[in-house]
Design a protein around this ligand. Structure first.
Ligand SMILES: C[S@@+](CC[C@H](N)C(=O)[O-])C[C@H]1O[C@@H](n2cnc3c(N)ncnc32)[C@H](O)[C@@H]1O
Length: 344
């Protein structure tokens, strides 16, 4: 993995920020030929004809990868507002694809995608959708990693322009994903969620897909922490890690490692070791449900060194057990407490 990005919703690609792959250029040409019906400034839109103005498209640049722009600002303004659309709005659905393989998608997700006229998402996620579903869509709009704000706005503009739109992501739309951003941008455009019949179709989150590969590590209280400092500053992440690790929760760690985030991972391991025994079981799952899936059960003492190995990158979720978690027959087990009440 060579990802250097800090973008939260887009760290599963090997492509560089803003780089154009074959799929991306093919899809871009599909999307650029679309005309979604925004009534003003359509011609000024650089990437699509769905309403975002050119200045806003550049402020939500795909190539900035969520990093600060030259002036140090990370703000991205929305383009078209509700005033710019004449059409009766279509529907907007945030669809969770689950871990990756088609059989990991829910029937509801498949139906929502089949019903959508336009499917919008990060290229890697669009590639996860079965061909018979993408073939049924009128338009696919996929962009390379980063640019989650402009991509989400694109989906919204297409819905406000009268199309039924699905915006997709891996796992679940509520887990470090775009459901919240979609609502925030809708609000900032002066629209409402009801106007586009905004709906969320849940998917299996990475924590659960990965836990399934490890045995039963999440059976008691569990907290997730993302090590991405793109949107949350590292001191805040450290403070959250201290709080969570000092209590007896299982911890699922998302966005664990990238070359630029190496130090975050090291810091995380240090913090975990200040609160937990070095022998605490740790499960590592890379690419759950995907062709390159790898699974390892180790312990906290070994975790930091594994940061430099292939199994830990931005498609990995790490599960740190509680003080009660143990490994039995190559499975992590976190007792729920039944043993305190029942004899078995
Ligand atoms: C921006 S978050 C998106 C999470 C997603 N919405 C979910 O519900 O799983 C991306 C992070 O999810 C985790 N992840 C996503 N897919 C994964 C997979 N197939 N296997 C392991 N971890 C995965 C990784 O930690 C990755 O850095």
């Amino acid at each position: 993995m060579s990802s250097e990005t800090n973008a939260d919703a887009a760290e599963e690609s090997t492509s560089k920020c803003g780089g154009v792959t074959e799929t991306e250029s093919a899809s871009s040409s599909t999307s650029s030929s679309s005309n979604c019906g925004a009534s003003s400034d359509e011609t000024s839109s650089s990437d699509s004809a769905c309403g975002a103005s050119s200045s806003d498209s550049s402020s939500a640049s795909e190539s900035s990868c969520g990093a600060s722009s030259d002036d140090g600002s990370t703000e991205q303004e929305v383009g078209a507002t509700i005033e710019d659309f004449d059409a009766e709005p279509g529907q907007l659905t945030a669809v969770g694809l689950g871990p990756g393989q088609p059989e990991g998608m829910t029937e509801r997700a498949k139906t929502a995608l089949l019903e959508a006229e336009h499917i919008v998402g990060y290229t890697t996620y669009i590639d996860l959708i079965p061909d018979e579903i993408t073939a049924a869509a009128d338009e696919l709009y996929d962009t390379p990693m980063c640019g989650e704000v402009s991509r989400t706005e694109e989906a919204i503009d297409r819905a406000l322009a009268g199309n039924d739109v699905a915006i997709v992501g891996s796992g679940d739309p509520n887990v470090y994903a775009l459901a919240g951003l979609a609502l925030e941008i809708l609000e900032s455009k002066g629209a409402t969620a009801s106007m586009v019949e905004f709906d969320v179709v849940p998917g299996v989150p990475a924590a659960q897909s990965c836990a399934a590969r490890l045995g039963a590590p999440l059976v008691n209280d569990t907290v997730s922490v993302s090590l991405s400092d793109h949107l949350v500053p590292m001191p805040e992440i450290e403070s959250r890690l201290h709080a969570v690790a000092s209590e007896n929760f299982t911890i699922t760690i998302y966005n664990p490692w990238s070359r630029k985030r190496r130090e975050n991972f090291q810091k995380c391991c240090e913090i975990l070791l200040t609160h937990r025994d070095p022998e605490t079981p740790v499960g590592i799952v890379h690419g759950a449900g995907r062709e390159d899936e790898q699974v390892m059960i180790t312990d906290l003492a070994e975790l930091e060194d594994l940061g430099e190995s292939e199994i830990i990158d931005m498609t990995t979720t790490i599960v740190v057990g509680t003080e009660d978690t143990y490994v039995w027959d190559d499975r992590m087990v976190t007792p729920r407490g039944y043993e305190t009440k029942y004899d078995y």
